[in-house]
Structure formats: C-alpha cells, structure tokens
Write a protein that binds this ligand. Structure first.
Ligand code: GLP
Length: 243
C-alpha cells in the first residue's frame, strides 16, 4: 500500500489497529499486538494516543510484545526501547502494565537464554500475535534480525551489525556507547504472527525494493516476508520510488 506521505500511511495503520482492538473488545477477547521501535512508527503511536484521548479507544484488552531491546541496557536509560515505548505510547493510554512485555536488557547474561525461551512461551500462551508491526533496517533487518539470520530463528541474543550500530548512533552520545548486542524476536517468531504490517518511509527505497522484488534470501531478512500469507508493506511514495 503506497501513501502520499508517512502521515497518511501512519493514519491508515492506526485505523486498522484501532478496528482490531475494538473488534476483539466487542468479543471480550484480548488483542495481541507485536510492537516496534525506531523513528518509523512514532507518528502511528501518536495517532493511537490521539484516538485514545479523543475517540474513546481503550487499550484495556491489549497485550503487547515488543520486538527487541538493546543488551545490556538499563530500562531507565534514555536509549532503552523500554523508555521509548513508554514515552510514545504506554504512558499515554490505559494499558494494564501487566500486559506489556519487552525483552529485558537488564538481565545477567546467564539468564538471557531462559528469558528468551520464556518470551516465546508467553507469546504462545497469549494465543500468538494478532498483528505484528515492523520497521525496516537499511540492511533489510526486521527487529534486530541481521542479514544471515535463520528463517527459523527464535527470540535470542545476537551481535549487532556495525552498520546498524552506526545507523542507531544518532540516539547515543557516540558510537562507542551503542550496545554491541541486542535481544530480538526471531524471524520464526515474527513469521508466526497472524498478520504483519511493515512500515517504511523515504530513504528506505533501496531496501524496500530488495525486500519486495528481490530474491528471498537470508541476506535481506525482510525478503522472507514474501512468504507470509497476510503481510502488507505500508510505504510512502518516496519509499516506493524504486519499485
Ligand atoms: C532499529 C530497530 C528496528 C527498526 C530499525 C529502523 O534497528 N531494532 O526494529 O525497524 O531500527 O529504524 P528507523 O525506523 O529509525 O529507521
């Protein structure tokens, strides 16, 4: 789906999410959302907050699982995805804090593997992800699944590509402060979602074309989404310019 501007694309996705939340609430069901960070979904979260304030959209039935988190990082660090999600969404809506799940960058290394397994189990116990939001890294990563990630990968600790650290350096004092590791849902975890919506704007055009029209390859993790039966790329005209 190609929209004129990121604002229009964000609005369309916010409406889809709001409809899903309301549809589930009407049936007394939980709505399980997979959430993403980065600059791309900020406008979408602002729109959901507006809908909560002005259109009575309640998040009481929402259960969320975030894609990823840096490791190690303290939750109250301004660069943690924990803070990002609270600043842009969780602090402004009526979600039950017990329904918020994010990989924990504060764990001791010895505890990470078990926590990753537990994260997978919690997603399954919640009934799976109804709608997974994704952004897109310049190298084609989704979550933090860097090129080379297996289609069957699960939630795990991995080493970030240097290019990813450089791209995300803008949020940190300097490159040496960007964590070298991250915990991310795997490609297998993401592919199990019932629906996937990937957002990409502007300068992601070269990556969008590789993901949508290129071969399905582990060198462009987002290309695996071609094999998902309910996945939409929501992009603006600039991001579509090389299709
Ligand atoms: C990070 C996140 C990804 C995100 C990507 C793109 O690496 N782990 O989930 O999609 O950045 O970021 P941005 O939206 O700022 O371009």
């Amino acid at each position: 789906e190609i929209y004129k501007t990121p604002d229009e694309g964000s609005l369309a996705v916010a409406k889809e999410i709001a409809d899903l939340i309301r549809e589930k609430a009407a049936k007394n069901e939980k709505c399980v959302l997979g959430l993403a960070t980065g600059s791309t979904p900020i406008q979408l979260y602002a729109e959901l907050v507006r809908m909560h304030k002005e259109e009575n959209l309640s998040f009481k039935n929402v259960v969320s699982f975030n894609l990823d988190e840096y490791y190690p990082i303290s939750r109250d660090s301004i660069n943690s995805y924990w803070i990002f999600m609270h600043q842009h969404l969780f602090d402004h809506v009526d979600m039950d804090p017990a329904n918020i799940h994010m990989p924990n960058g504060e764990l001791a290394k010895a505890d990470v593997r078990a926590a990753c397994e537990q994260y997978e189990n919690m997603i399954d116990q919640a009934g799976g992800i109804d709608l997974q939001l994704l952004g897109l890294g310049h190298n084609g990563h989704i979550g933090f699944n860097e090129p080379g990630s297996s289609l069957f990968s699960k939630t795990r600790l991995l080493i970030l590509d240097n290019n990813t650290r450089i791209a995300n350096c803008r949020d940190f004092v300097n490159l040496s402060k960007v964590p070298r590791l991250a915990i991310t849902m795997g490609l297998g975890t993401i592919m199990k979602s019932k629906r996937i919506v990937l957002l990409a704007w502007g300068n992601k055009a070269p990556t969008v074309v590789m993901a949508v029209e290129g071969p399905v390859t582990d060198q462009v993790p987002a290309s695996y989404l071609q094999m998902h039966n309910n996945c939409t790329f929501v992009i603006d005209e600039l991001a579509a310019s090389e299709l």
